[in-house]
Design a protein around this ligand. Sequence first.
Ligand code: PLP
Length: 285
Amino acid sequence: MLYIFVNGKILDSESPAIKVFDRGMVFGDGLYDVIKMQNGNFIFLEDHIERMKKSAKFFGIKFPYDLEEIFEIGQKLSAMNDLKEGELYLQLTRGVDIIRDHVFEDDYEPTFVEIVQPVRKMNPEIWQVGARVLLHPDLRHNFCEHKTTDLLPNVIAKKYVRSRGAYEALMFRTDEGGKYVTEGASSSYIFFDGEKIIAPKIENILPGITRIKVLWLAKEMDIEVEERRVYIDELLKMKEVILLSTLSRVLPIVKVENFEFKKGEIAKKLDVAFMDLCASHLSVK
Ligand code: PLP
């Protein structure tokens, strides 16, 4: 059992807290975010909330709490659940309808959920040995710059790779130039070609907070960064393939399908710098 926060109340996670006609439940009409909790601190909370607020505005969903309130609720949940390491999960839906109807009004009261939970287990060796990923078509919609709760294509892609013993999907779309990579089911990718880092352009993919921070760190280290479409044909020429996410940090990829890559120095350097940045980051005091 966990103590969770739902619309102003702290409840037992086993209690029925969400109504059947909540639009998040029936339409996936909502947003979410995942923040790393490290030593009781919520890493880059401001950036995550800013991203979520922007998306809420885009979709016309009311955003009911401010940064300080979300921080305080998180702290309370961390104390009540006796958890200092883990993840903070936020979910915001458009709210509750009286019947199921695609059409929504503008005046719903949103549903806001905040959860502090133990971090999902990852074998710590993975950062040393690297991970394998598999290609998968990107079957999602056109709102992928927002962290929406309708994750069915992501869930299917993740299940596909995990059932084949790989860690993550490397999703791709197709244009006149061929297949180009987009992102993972729950992660971003960057590539190192021996001279510069190449990051897939933000065009219908999530502006990951880890990606933003890591690209900033790379520039601080005088590594050139280029943002453009990266085609699968080019992958074989890359020196390093690197996966990024709040929970995976900076993770070297050593195999895409059966093509092998070196676990290179750039991923290592960026991961060390990223961990330092996380350790030095204090969200709302
Ligand atoms: N891309 C997708 C589709 C994701 O779901 C996530 C995280 O869940 C990311 C990228 C990485 O984002 P962040 O670095 O903000 O965790």
